[in-house]
Structures are given as structure tokens and as C-alpha cells.
Design a protein around this ligand. Structure first.
Ligand SMILES: *Cc1c(COP(=O)(O)O)cnc(C)c1O
Length: 421
């Protein structure tokens, strides 16, 4: 990490030296010349070769690599079945459909998530209901789930925010007693563990995304894991227009060998063989990717531990986070600056920060349609006001990590000026 000049016994010297370094936003030199993204895929020659082979094969859309990829991800997580989709959003939508959600049904989820989680409920005519987060994990608060239950509640979509699994034992207590389907949105948490168990086995259905910023990529892509054959069958039909050829379901089974029926209209949410070729290669490196993310998170934690103004993301003892993102909170009350100023200052230093996420209930659609208002989920909103996501991805170099630390240090020095001992 960055070695700060320390004159023994004169901490003021440290401050003076650091404060001599003007922020890029004030006309100083940025810590780096090119923008460091907040997340990025890691592609090697072997990935390229695998895709080449797939694209030269006969069946570039519905080929053998789809089954192989589904089995490989299911095996990795310890689940029975995997059904791959064209995106994580498509996978979420299919899972909500398989859970039987329709008009009038309520589905409880976290307000601190990508809008796709709640949108998937809306697609099927359901009503998204939010239960606030617990600040010490940034995931849905099981006590608050109970407060939100009504006679119309049918399902729960916990979100493993930033890669930290939700409190699935407590969730199981609540949902088991109320006969709710649990769909884990684990798009942030492939490779993470909860009490020694991998994500993918902690809910009735678990959804992953393979967008390039996620742990492994297929370009666009997603998957649902489940141990339930009924869910698996519905997911497969929904992915492919709702088409069934299962003789036991056909109303006219003797029509002919070409014959198929549609009982419920589905979508074309298919992934391609070419994409799964990439996914299979990527999966071989998933453990390496998670280790790299955790190593960077460890360096950050050590660095920010010494800064009063920065709160690192949580990791409880009973989980292993897979750190899809590294969201810190800047304590505005400790700093003479607000989040927007800090965000702009970090961007000026060429650190590609983001904010995850605008709480879903604050989006105009959700305010307009369900009469959600600011202030309804104070923990998610308090988090949002202070949150900035710093870069984390496997191919980040030591120099990249130092640049992020350096930029945060410059900002803290300007707006706080003191360092914890
Ligand atoms: C990425 C993500 C999704 C959607 O995945 P896509 O593959 O981009 O469609 C859904 N939920 C969460 C929490 C995500 O991070």
C-alpha cells in the first residue's frame, strides 16, 4: 500500500504533506491518467478459443454447451438443476413466473437492489412490497419481513447485497411458517457462502447474472438454480415461448411427432451455445475470481479502518462474501463535504465510482404506481445518501488498488484532515 511519510511524533507533518496534494477537482493532478472502471470482466486467450470453437460448431444457439453450463453451475453450488437464461433479469422474471405470482399477489423484497428485482414482480402483475434493510449487513431485515406479511403475500426475494448472503436461517423461519416461495436474488453473490453453504442452495430458487461486471460472464446471461423439478420444468417452458411437448400434458397427444402446445404464453429468454462456451471457461476460474475480490476487499478494509470518515461494507463472521461490489459509506457528519462532492472528486481523480443503488421505492414508477414515498425505508435511504461504490474486479493490479486508496486518502485529508491511530 501507499507509504505515507511519517515523521515520528509529529503527526501534523503527515497532514501538512498530504494536504499539499491538491485534488484533481481543484486543478491538481489526478492519481491516474485513465479511468479505472468499478467492475470489469477477466478474459483470457482460453476464453476466446472456447468461443471460437462454439461459433464454428453446427448449433450456435441451442447447442450442447447450454446443458453443460447448467450442470456445471448447479454442481459448483450443490444444487440439483440449473436453467440458463438470456440475462439475470430474464431469470428473475422466469422465477417469479414459476412461483405462480399473478395479479393481486404480494412479493416482499429489499428496497436496496437493482430495479430488476422488483420489476420482475411487476412483469407478472404482482405487487412489490419492500422490507427495510439491516444496516449491519445491508440485506433485508427478517424482523421487518414479518411486519410486511399480509394474506396476499406469496413470495420473498432476498437480495445478497454486494455479495453478502442474507440471514437465510431467519428467513426460513418466517417463510416456512407462512408457506412463501423464496427466490434468492444472488446476482451479487455467486461463490459466496452462508454458514458453510454456497449460495444457490439457500432458497427455493436462486438467480445469478453473468453480466460482465458480475463474478463470471457470458456477455449477457443468467441462471436459476433449484432442487424442485416442478419449478425446473416451468422455467424451461417459460424460457422457450411456453412450449410443451410433454405427452402427459398435451390435450391431443396423438396429433403427431411435430406437435406441441402452449398452455401459458412464455418468452424467448434463451441463452446461446456460444455464450455458454464462455461461461464454462469462466466457471473454471470462479474460485480464483472470488479469492482475488476478497484479497482486494482485505486491502481496502485495512486501509479504510484507519479513516473515520469511511465505513467499509460489512462481512459477518458466519458468511464469506464474494464482493461483487465494494460500496463504502462516507460519513458526511465527519467530513466537510457531501456525497455528491466526494463522488465528483473521485471521478476527477479517474476512479470510476458508482452508486448502488437508488432505493427502488424512490423511482417515479414505484412512487406513482404503488404510492411509495421518500422516508418509508429509512435504513436503505440513509445508506443511499452516503454510499459510493469503489472499483473491485479480479484483474485490478496492485497499482490500481493503490490508486483507489490514494484518491480516497486525498479526499479524506482535504475534508477531514485527521487519521485514526
Ligand atoms: C445484475 C443484477 C440483476 C440483473 O441481471 P442482468 O443480467 O443485468 O439482467 C438483477 N439483480 C441484481 C441485484 C443485479 O445485480
Amino acid at each position: 500500500m501507499i507509504q505515507y511519510v511519517v515523521n515520528p511524533g509529529t503527526s501534523t507533518t503527515v497532514q501538512t504533506l498530504d494536504m499539499n496534494e491538491p485534488l484533481a477537482i481543484d486543478g491538481g493532478t489526478p492519481v491516474r491518467n485513465d479511468l479505472l472502471p468499478y467492475g470489469s470482466q477477466s478474459i483470457r486467450e482460453e476464453d476466446v478459443e472456447a468461443v471460437k470453437e462454439a461459433v464454428r460448431s453446427d448449433r450456435i444457439t441451442q447447442g450442447p454447451r447450454i446443458d453443460q453450463f447448467e450442470d456445471a453451475v448447479a454442481d459448483y453450488c450443490g444444487a440439483e438443476h440449473g436453467v440458463a437464461f438470456s440475462s439475470g433479469t430474464a431469470a428473475l422474471h422466469a422465477a417469479v413466473h414459476a412461483a405462480g405470482i399473478s395479479e393481486g399477489d404480494e412479493v416482499i423484497t429489499s428496497p436496496l437492489t437493482f430495479a430488476a428485482t422488483a420489476n420482475a414482480v411487476v412483469f407478472e402483475g404482482g405487487t412489490p412490497v419492500f422490507a427495510d434493510i439491516r444496516p449491519e449487513t445491508l440485506t433485508i431485515d427478517p424482523d421487518r419481513i414479518e411486519d410486511r406479511l399480509t394474506g396476499d403475500t406469496r413470495a420473498l426475494i432476498p437480495v445478497d447485497f454486494a455479495g453478502h448472503p442474507c440471514d437465510y436461517d431467519r428467513i426460513q423461519d418466517v417463510t416456512g411458517a407462512n408457506d412463501l416461495t423464496v427466490i434468492a436474488d444472488a446476482c451479487h453473490a455467486l461463490g459466496a457462502e452462508y454458514r458453510g453453504r454456497k449460495t444457490g442452495t439457500l432458497a427455493d430458487m436462486t438467480v445469478f447474472s453473468f453480466h460482465p461486471v458480475k463474478h463470471i460472464t457470458t456477455g449477457e446471461g443468467g441462471m436459476v438454480l433449484t432442487d424442485d423439478e416442478g419449478f425446473e420444468e416451468t422455467l424451461r417452458e417459460f424460457r422457450h415461448h411456453g412450449i410443451t411437448k410433454d405427452p402427459s400434458k398435451l390435450t391431443r397427444p396423438d396429433e403427431g411427432p411435430w406437435y406441441y402446445e402452449i398452455h401459458e404464453p412464455g418468452r424467448n429468454y434463451r441463452i446461446t451455445d456460444m455464450q455458454c462456451a464462455l461461461g464454462l471457461k469462466q466457471l473454471e476460474r470462479l474460485d480464483e475470481f472470488v479469492r482475488a475480490r476478497r484479497r482486494i476487499a482485505g486491502v481496502y478494509r485495512g486501509a479504510f479502518h484507519r479513516m473515520d470518515g469511511v465505513i467499509p461494507p460489512p462481512e459477518k463472521d458466519h458468511v464469506t462474501s464474494s464482493y461483487h461490489i465494494y460500496p463504502v459509506q462516507f460519513r458526511e457528519e465527519e467530513l466537510d463535504a457531501d456525497r455528491k462532492e466526494i463522488f465528483e472528486a473521485l471521478r476527477a481523480e479517474n476512479i470510476g465510482v458508482q452508486v448502488h443503488y437508488v432505493p427502488v421505492h424512490n423511482h417515479p414508477y414505484y412512487r406513482r404506481t404503488y404510492e411509495y414515498e421518500k422516508g418509508m425505508y429509512p435504513e436503505a435511504e440513509a445508506y443511499y445518501r452516503r454510499a459510493i461504490t469503489l472499483p473491485i474486479f479480479p484483474d485490478m493490479t496492485e497499482g490500481d488498488v493503490k490508486d483507489v486508496h490514494h484518491a480516497v486518502r486525498k479526499i479524506i485529508d482535504k475534508w477531514e484532515g485527521t487519521e485514526k491511530n
